[in-house]
Each structure stands twice: as C-alpha cells, then as structure tokens.
Unconditional design. Structure first.
Length: 401
C-alpha cells in the first residue's frame, strides 16, 4: 500500500511537470516567436499592446520580452513609417556612436540628433561650457509702442537725431544718460510716421563725439556741415532732436555735452549751444525745429557734471534763438530733466510722443498746437516729475526772433 502511494505521487508529479511543459510550449508557439535569432543582429520587435515596433542593439537582448515578439527586418521597415518607433536610450546611443566608438557618428546623424535632443552623453566626454546669462542692459533700447496718424512722405524734409547715453566708456567722469537710446528711437519713429521723413534723410548718431557734432552742424567758423549738404534750399523743413547731457560753462554759456567731453573743461570740449543756434539760423531751410531732451543746470538724474571740488553753482544764460528756429526744451535753464523711475524713457520725450500721437489734441482738430502741448505736458511730465522726485519741470517752447 505504501509503495502504491509513492508511485502515485511520482506519477502525479511527473504529470504536472509534463503539463507545465505543454503550457510553456503552447505559450511560445507563436509562429513569429519561433524565428531564430542570429547573434550580432539587431533584435526587431513588435509590441501588440502598445502597437509599436522597437529594437535592441546586438548582444544586449536575445528575446523581445513580455507579449512582444520578434519581426523581420522587412516588416520592421514596413511598419516604421506608419507608427511611432520606440527605441530605448541604449539603442539610440549605439547608433549615434557607431557602436560605442566614443565619438559621435558622422553618418548616422539622425540618431546623433535624437541623442542630443534627449540630453544623452552616450559615454562621450565633453568639456562643459558654462554660458553666462546675458546681463540686462543698462541702456533701454525700445521706446514705448505708440501709433501716430499716417502722413504723406515729405521727400525734402531732413532730421538729425542724437542719443548720447554711454558717457562712462570715455572715462571722463561724466555719468550716463540711461534712457537716451530709447528716447532717440522713439523720436525716429515719430519723425518717420508722423512727419513723413524718409529714413534715408535722417542723420542718426549714437554717443556722438565733439568732432561728430561739428561735422554735422559746423563750428564757429563755418555753418556748412553735413546737415547743410542735405538741405534743399527753401524746400526742406529740418527737425533736430538731442538726448544727452547739457551743461553750463564757467561764464554761464550753455553747452551740449559730447560723449568725449572732459567734465573739468566743458567750455573747451563741449559744443556751445549758441554756435548750434547761430549755424541753424544760417541754413537755407523753410523751417528749423529743435527738440532738446537735456537740461543745462549742470545737474542730471544720474549725477552732477560740475566738479565736486567746486561749491559754486553756475547759472546758465539764456541763448539767443534766430528768427527761423523753434526750440522745444524739456525744462528751463535751472531745471533738471527727469526720467521714468525704471529709466525706460525720459519723462519729457515719453509724454511728448504721447501728445503727438493725438493724446494732446484736446480740440480734436487733427493737430497739436503749442498751447495744447504745454497743457498736456503740464498734466503729465510736470506732474510725474513732482510726484516721483519732488522736482519742478516745465516744458519751454521758444519761437525765435
């Protein structure tokens, strides 16, 4: 009886083993799984659950795994265009490096691109270069977006735009005028769109030196500079804009401050305002309009232009303006030209542009008169100069004569 039981157990165990073997054989009887795998070939597989084809590099795997099964190279290439191909990182790197060669492939660029997109180094040692974040510019470049009423092109009209912002680069102890570039660019848009001046008729100077100012406007000996050569006699209207420092000399004469001026000798290296007005008055133009984003008190929002060793405050004199010249200035001789708190624009230029866009046209007649401009700037520029800094700043409009 004992022997019979032992035999039964053995037979039962043997039957279970055979049954399990039958199950394994049946589970592996898919015709595609029975395909032979040649060592050294890529293993091409199909995953029916995810409906994707994928591959393994040579020697890395000998079976597809799970419910996936091996497919032929022909089927693999047929399925690739029809569905997303899944390839693991090792496969990508193997192809991107021509079989782990230690360098990027020059023929398998598709895989090189994939590896770089995924941030894979693929075992290649590279020198990491730290790219420094570009610091925010001290000088804003873009003006506020403003739309101006369109006008016909005035082919004969001429403009000069000067934006002097970077004084420190010359090392002459003069502080920068941070908004000058943005101010100049905003005025350029105004001249072109609202005044109809062609871009080719604009003389545009950034960080102008003393010699550049003289070459454009002439000097005390001759008024026939570059601007004179641009003008068509009795046809051209001339517009001049200057953003930068102004300063008084020792005798109270006012000067434009070129970027190469020495703060100790402004009367020798600056460009005298009286010379500018005198030379402009001699031009054979129909009209001349000067817009000054500058003050001539010797102070500025970024610091004083007058020697710290001298306690004397110089009061600039009023400069004679010729009959055919109109001057619009950011403030009087004793006042300081203020900026926006973020230095994005000078207050005068910003609100001058907004006024000329139509905001200053209080009677809606399609133009901004001098009276309307003064009223608008009093409500905006003057108000914000007082609110931000406690300063008095009022626009000055002078018609020569």
């Amino acid at each position: 009886m004992m022997c019979f039981r032992k035999i039964s157990v053995v037979v039962f165990a043997l039957g279970a083993f055979i049954l399990s073997m039958n199950v394994i054989v049946k589970a592996d009887t898919h015709p595609r799984k029975l395909l032979g795998y040649i060592s050294g070939e890529h293993l091409r597989c199909y995953d029916p659950e995810r409906n994707k084809v994928f591959s393994h590099q040579p020697y890395s795997m000998t079976s597809c795994g799970g419910d996936s099964y091996r497919i032929s190279e022909k089927d693999y290439q047929r399925l690739i265009p029809k569905q997303n191909v899944y390839e693991n990182d090792k496969v990508i790197c193997y192809n991107a490096t021509d079989g782990w060669s230690g360098r990027w492939s020059v023929t398998n660029l598709k895989y090189v691109k994939k590896a770089l997109q995924l941030g894979l180094s693929c075992g290649i040692k590279v020198n990491q270069t730290i790219v420094a974040k570009k610091p925010k510019s001290e000088f804003p470049l873009k003006p506020i977006p403003i739309s101006f009423p369109s006008v016909l092109i005035k082919r004969d009209d001429i403009a000069v735009i000067i934006g002097n912002a970077n004084y420190k680069k010359m090392g002459k102890d003069i502080p920068n005028v941070n908004p000058a570039y943005a101010d100049a660019e905003g005025i350029k848009q105004y001249f072109m769109k609202a005044k109809g001046i062609k871009e080719g008729n604009i003389i545009y100077l950034k960080d102008a030196t003393g010699s550049q100012l003289a070459s454009v406007f002439g000097n005390e000996k001759s008024f026939k500079g570059k601007l004179f050569n641009y003008i068509k006699p009795n046809k051209s209207n001339v517009y001049i804009y200057y953003a930068g420092h102004g300063a008084p000399g020792e005798e109270g004469d006012a000067y434009l401050v070129p970027t190469d001026t020495d703060s100790q000798t402004i009367q020798l290296t600056g460009y005298q305002l009286s010379t500018l007005y005198s030379n402009l008055g001699k031009l054979p133009a129909k009209s001349v309009t000067v817009i000054l984003e500058a003050c001539f008190s010797g102070g500025s929002q970024s610091g004083s232009l007058i020697s710290k060793a001298s306690p004397i405050i110089i009061t600039p004199k009023k400069t004679m303006i010729p009959a055919n010249v109109k001057v619009i200035a950011a403030g009087s001789e004793r006042q300081m030209a203020s900026w926006e708190e973020d230095s994005s624009h000078s207050l005068f230029t910003k609100y001058f542009l907004k006024a000329m866009s139509g905001e200053g046209d209080s009677n809606k007649d399609g133009k901004v008169s001098d009276v309307e401009l003064k009223e608008y700037l009093s409500d905006t520029m003057t108000y914000y100069a007082r609110r931000y800094y406690g300063r008095d700043q009022k626009v000055q409009i002078h018609n020569g004569g």
